[in-house]
Structure formats: C-alpha cells, structure tokens
Write a protein that binds this ligand. Structure first.
Ligand code: 4AD
Length: 458
C-alpha cells in the first residue's frame, strides 16, 4: 500500500501543501458540528498526526473509522498547524481498513503497567512500549556497531548446551521424553533422550565464546540466555538477552576499560538518536534521567575492591537486612548502597572472594580472591558480570575440584588451556537491565516483548 510514514510527514517540510497518503491507528477522535479530528499513529513516531475532517466539504466518513483503535488510510493535503507549529492533514478521503470494537483493551488514556502486562500483544501499541522497543532496537544496533567497528567477530553460540556455564544449577532441561519408573537411573534416562545425554538451555555463551576468542582474538555474542532461577524480582526474567564479548590477551583492567567505553558509547548513541523517547521517559518515568545519563557519559566510573566495599558497608549507618562479612555475596541492598549512597555513579566492584564466584575466574595471587568484576549502577544494581579467565590448566582444574565439578563436560574448555593458553577476559551485559537504566522503567517485565518469569508464559 503506497503511503508515507507519519514521522516523515512531521520531519520533512517538502510535504507541506502537497497531497499525501498516510495509514495508522486512531488514537483519539473528537467531533464538533462542522469539523472532526482524528489523532493518527502509525508507530513510526511517538507523535500523533492530526487529521482534520471538514464536514462541510462533502467528505463521507464511516463512523467505524473514528473509533479508538480502528485502522485507516487517509488521503489529504498536508498543512501547517498554526496553533502548535507542526503539521496536520486536511482529509479528502478516509478508508476504513479494520474496525475496532469497544472491548479494545486500551480504552483509558493512562493504564497501569501491571494491567498492560496482561496484554503483551496490545501494550506494544501504547506510546510507552513504542518508546521502549524503539530504544531497544537503537541500543541493540549500537552494541553491534561498537563491536563491529572495533574488529570484534560476532559469534552465534549455541542455545542448547551440554554444559552449565555458571555451574549454578539454574538450567532449563531440554528433553523430548518424560522420565519414567522404567529407567534404572538418571544416566539411563538421559542416554535414551534426544542427545543421548543431559542437555539444557544455555545460561551464557561464554564457554563457547572463549573457544572463539582463542581463534579470532576478539569476539562477542548477543543472544538470549535462559535461567531457571525462581527469583521473582524486578530485575530477573527467565529469558534475557545477553551481550558477551570475550577478548584474548586482555587482563582485568583492560576489560574494565572496554566495558566502560562500550556503556558510554551506547548511551551517547541512544541520547543522540532517540531525543523524543528520552524526553518521554524523563516526563513520565524518571525525573532527571537526561542529567543522570549525561553524568554517566561525562565522568569516570568508580573501581572499588570488594574488600574495601565490605569495609564501607560495615561502617555504614544503615540497618541492612542481610549482615555483611568478608566472604558474603553482596545483596541488592548492599550493591545499591555502594552505588547510590556512596558513589552515586556506576561502580566496578573487583576482586571477589573465590568461594562466591564461578570456577573459571582467574585466581589472584592472594589465594583468596578472583579477578572478577561486577558493574553496579544506581537504581538497578548489577548490569555486568565478568572476569579475567583462569588461563592456567592446573589452577582451573583445582578450582573445579574445589567446587565439586566433574571435568568430562568441559573437555573443550580445558583444551583451550592445553593448546597455547593466553590471558583473556570477558563480560556479560544484561541487555534488559541496561534498557531499564536508560529508560527509567522500574520493572524488567516492561522492557522485554514477552517476559518469561516464574509461572508466567504465553
Ligand atoms: O553475572 P552473570 O551470571 O555472568 C555470566 O553469565 C557470565 N558468563 C558472563 C560472561 O562473563 N560472559 O550474568 C551477566 C549479566 C548480569 O550482570 C545481568 O545483567 C544479566 O546478565 N542477568 C540477567 N538479566 C535478567 N534476568 C536474569 N535472570 C539475569 N541473570 C543475569
């Protein structure tokens, strides 16, 4: 259907005075004796185009074309709207494309996000979700551009895997048959299954990412990861999008530099490409969002040792729900205190106790900590988890043993340390969490198209 995007009509002055065809959905309709107005949106911009219907002109309009949610094609002349300085269309013909009955769920102008979540297929039609998904798209492109322009190779790591990267037992099982009493044990059951062994949905592409980095030097993955953790929080989903660069010959300080540079790059790109969306989020969801993001791009992030963070938390004049001791896993309340109350900017926490981190992290000379880093941001907490990797085969094997892990499933991974091992590092960025940070959306369920959480799938 030949037509012009509404965004084009608004931004290209050449259309003024000319006839144009636009299509879209009716957002509001107003009527008076001689004139009617439709606010039309086609999803290409947050702004609605006003369609003016001069009833004296003899134009015939199907009443169904003026109902909220109806889809229409409008042919008319583009004219300047003298009141607000934008443009509108004086309709010559309005064609009804699709009716929209009164049970359409978006009857009220402002609806609660919780209510909208019940209709993921409809909520995308609101300005809020239009803005969220446009920002997601722009930021995904920025991530690809960042890595592509710097020579990283985009690797598609498998989603079905035979090894659990984080070793945390949070994997969804992939199976084509149910367990039955006929099997003598789990091994026999898995042997009978599709892959002949236990398989699951990948929690991270890192292990395969390391394989690729040992060949191509600098790689990244950007795809879904799956976690069967039953964390019903504002920042966990069972299926999230994961950006994972892996860099050969990079040590922890190099990794931190890359992560900070990438975050600043994608935020700058978002601010430049999505001014309308940013303004919308600022007005509707987070006062001070623009200033917050400007502070992020214009200032250095803090780098704080885990041991120092524990001291800060112990001295804090705050009653934490979870007590703080060296060796403890930091809870969200601790992370937020450090990043919001103490630094008020993004903080790389580094050098965590080895007991609370994954087997693959490089063991520091102190024998107690590993060269890991989490990037914590105000309001959200952790958005990045990464580390330098243990490149020494013996040390890696001893860490696996200490964590009670078998080595059989990890033979490829161990071979990387056998054949020309090198220092290397990588991190994982939770894409939804960075979108939350950049939009001010407080619940992760509102920045992903169809959120999957405990007890919720459609
Ligand atoms: O800290 P995580 O578990 O690290 C890894 O998976 C490493 N293998 C990454 C690497 O080094 N290549 O996860 C990385 C990030 C977290 O910081 C968080 O932003 C996000 O992934 N994340 C989740 N996001 C939404 N829902 C969940 N359930 C998430 N779990 C992790």
């Amino acid at each position: 259907m030949k037509h012009i995007d509404i965004k084009e009509i608004f931004t290209n002055a050449e259309f003024i005075g000319k006839e144009a065809t636009v299509c879209g959905w009716v957002r509001t309709a107003r009527d008076s004796k001689n004139v009617g107005f439709l606010a039309l949106n086609d999803g290409t911009t947050l702004n609605h185009l006003q369609i003016v219907i001069d009833k004296m002109s003899g134009i015939e309009v199907d009443v169904e074309a003026t109902k909220l949610g109806a889809s229409v094609k409008v042919i008319g002349t583009v004219v300047k709207n003298e009141n607000n300085g934008t443009v509108e269309i004086n309709a010559k013909e309005i064609v009804l494309l699709g009716k929209c009955p009164p049970d359409y769920p978006l009857q009220k102008k402002f609806q609660k996000l919780e209510t909208l979540r019940e209709n993921p297929h409809i909520r995308v039609r609101t300005n809020t979700f239009n803005a969220v998904f446009r920002v997601r798209s722009v930021m995904a492109a920025a991530i690809h551009r960042y890595f592509q322009d710097r020579g990283y190779v985009y690797v598609h790591t498998p989603l079905i895997t035979g090894s659990d990267c984080e070793g945390a037992g949070e994997m969804f099982k992939v199976t084509t048959i149910g367990y039955s009493e006929d099997y003598k044990n789990a091994e026999e059951y898995y042997a009978d299954d599709f892959f002949g062994k236990k398989a699951g949905l990948s929690v991270s592409g890192q292990l395969e990412g390391e394989v690729a980095a040992m060949a191509m030097g600098k790689i990244y993955t950007f795809g879904p990861s799956f976690r069967a953790e039953k964390s019903n929080t504002l920042r966990h989903v069972a299926e999230f999008w994961h950006v994972e660069p892996e860099i050969a010959f990079a040590e922890l300080p190099d990794l931190i530099e890359i992560a900070e540079d990438m975050i600043k790059y994608i935020i700058r790109d978002y601010m430049e490409k999505c001014p309308d969306e940013l303004k919308f989020f600022e007005e509707r969801f987070e006062k001070g969002l623009t200033e917050k993001l400007l502070n992020v791009v214009n200032n250095d992030f803090a780098v704080v040792d885990y041991t120092d963070a524990i001291e800060i938390l112990k001295k804090a004049d705050v009653e934490f729900e979870f007590p703080v001791e060296w060796g403890c896993d930091l809870q969200s309340e601790h992370e937020r205190y450090i990043t919001e109350q103490v630094y008020n900017k993004p903080v790389f926490l580094i050098n965590y106790p080895k007991e609370i981190k994954s087997f693959y992290m490089k063991q520091n000379a102190d024998g107690k900590t590993v060269a890991a880093t989490d990037l914590l941001v105000p309001g959200i907490g952790e958005i990045i988890g990464g580390s330098e990797r243990e490149a020494d085969l013996d040390k890696l094997l001893s860490a696996m043993k200490a964590k009670g892990m078998g080595t059989e499933e990890y033979s490829d991974y161990l071979d990387l340390r056998k054949y020309g091992t090198v220092p290397h590092s990588g991190f994982g960025l939770g894409f939804e969490r960075v979108i939350m940070y950049c939009t001010g959306m407080a619940n992760i369920r509102d920045v992903i198209f169809y959120p999957r959480t405990v007890g919720n799938i459609r």
